[in-house]
Design a protein around this ligand. Structure first.
Ligand SMILES: [Fe+2]
Length: 390
């Protein structure tokens, strides 16, 4: 990320700095890797340690479903009823030790403020717009934004409309742009599918000086710890640095095509520990007269491949609609269903829009995935072989 400064930070770090009313501000360094990674410095009116009351701790319990059969899966989230709030309403579908993937269709506000103390978050906004109110300032979001929220960010979501549908990721690691897109100084390279201009930090910083009672929920140690504050948590007067929440709209991802088929790696958008997030965007297809524009069959020998279908018709998959997730697990090859390759020959463009998450370690499923599971998908290559192709 690039350096961002909001408000008027003092000319030197670690010096006396006062608010307009003369009060000495409290400097907080928020950084990764123990003072070796990226960091930001925030100037608070109150100590960020200041809690008035300690509330309950509630463990996060994921109900795992261990299926009887190891097969390709289709999990259709479209029929799932909207419910819950933007944080506690996230319903986990798949997880491992590196990433948790959930669907969220919030219908109500969470009055409490929230801080993920044990992971970075990505919210892919399929539908909906609003503002993520954060300690770094207000971050507007719109459909097809990736909202990236670093751990330690206190925030609250204000939804402006309905429906809201988000695919969410939580990782104990860091969400980053891929190393190969950056030069040795961290700047994005010319061949990267995006530039620094495509990443949007908070738009405005408003300092709250009011007291009152405010609830804070901190995710830590696989649970939610509640606190009560007697001041508004967004008491930051100014901040600067490289750590902050931001949005990146998938429409700003510059897709790559080639004379022949390009591998999924050209669609990579983010990296985490043992997983990647990729964006399949509308694009012109391969231009060699003999090109096969659809993916070749492949065995992801060390990875699981999850695709969430956002818009358009996904060219290599029949019968998969908006809001569906396919999971092609390790051990099983996958590819276009029979007939689709033949049908694609000579096609010059795709309007597909999808988000993919490839994990290097197996994904485990929850009982919600069982509820939304379409067991017939495992046989769809066989059925399609028999079906007439129009
Ligand atoms: Fe694949």
């Amino acid at each position: 990320m690039r350096y961002v400064s909001m408000g008027s930070v003092p000319p030197k770090r670690h010096t006396q700095f006062r608010d307009d009313d003369g009060g000495l501000l409290v400097e907080e360094v928020m950084g990764y890797e123990g003072f070796s990674g990226n960091e930001s410095i925030l100037y608070h009116r109150h100590s960020p340690c200041d809690v008035a009351q300690v509330g309950s701790f509630e463990p996060i319990v994921l109900e795992e479903w261990v299926p009887d059969a190891h097969v390709h899966r289709l999990t259709d989230t479209a029929p799932l009823a909207a419910a819950g709030d933007p944080v506690l309403g996230r319903r986990v579908l798949m997880f491992n030790d590196d990433v948790e993937i959930a669907i969220c269709k919030p219908t109500e506000d969470l009055e409490a403020f929230y801080r993920n103390g044990e992971g970075d978050e990505v919210l892919f906004v399929h539908e909906g717009s609003g503002v993520v109110e954060t300690i770094f300032g207000e971050l507007p979001y719109a459909p097809h934004d990736y909202v990236v929220i670093p751990r330690g960010t206190t925030y609250r979501v204000r939804c402006d409309d309905a429906p809201q549908t988000w695919l969410t990721f939580h990782t104990p690691g860091e969400i980053e742009t891929p190393n190969r897109y950056r030069n040795r100084y961290g700047q994005l390279l010319e061949h990267a599918p995006f530039s620094q201009r495509d990443f949007h930090p908070p738009a405005a910083l408003e300092t709250h000086r009011d007291g009152g009672e405010h609830e804070l929920i901190v995710r830590a140690r696989r649970g939610h710890q509640r606190f009560t504050l007697d001041h508004h948590p967004f008491d930051v007067v100014c901040w600067d640095g490289y750590v902050y929440p931001y949005t990146f709209n998938i429409a700003d991802f510059e897709p790559k095509s080639g004379r022949l088929h390009q591998p999924p790696t050209v669609h990579q958008t983010f990296q985490g520990p043992n997983f990647v997030i990729c964006s399949f965007c509308p694009r012109n297809l391969d231009w060699d007269p003999l090109a096969v524009a659809l993916p070749y069959h492949h065995s992801n020998l060390q990875s699981e491949e999850l695709i969430y279908y956002v818009e358009g018709e996904f060219s290599s998959r029949a019968g998969v609609g908006t809001g569906a997730l396919t999971l092609h697990p390790s051990g099983l090859p996958h590819g276009p269903q029979p007939g689709l390759v033949e049908r694609s020959l000579g096609v010059t463009r795709t309007e597909e829009l999808a988000v993919m998450c490839d994990t290097f370690r197996p994904l485990r499923l929850t009982t919600l995935a069982r509820e939304l599971d379409d067991p017939s998908y495992a046989l769809s290559w066989h059925r399609a072989r028999r079906a007439p192709v129009g």
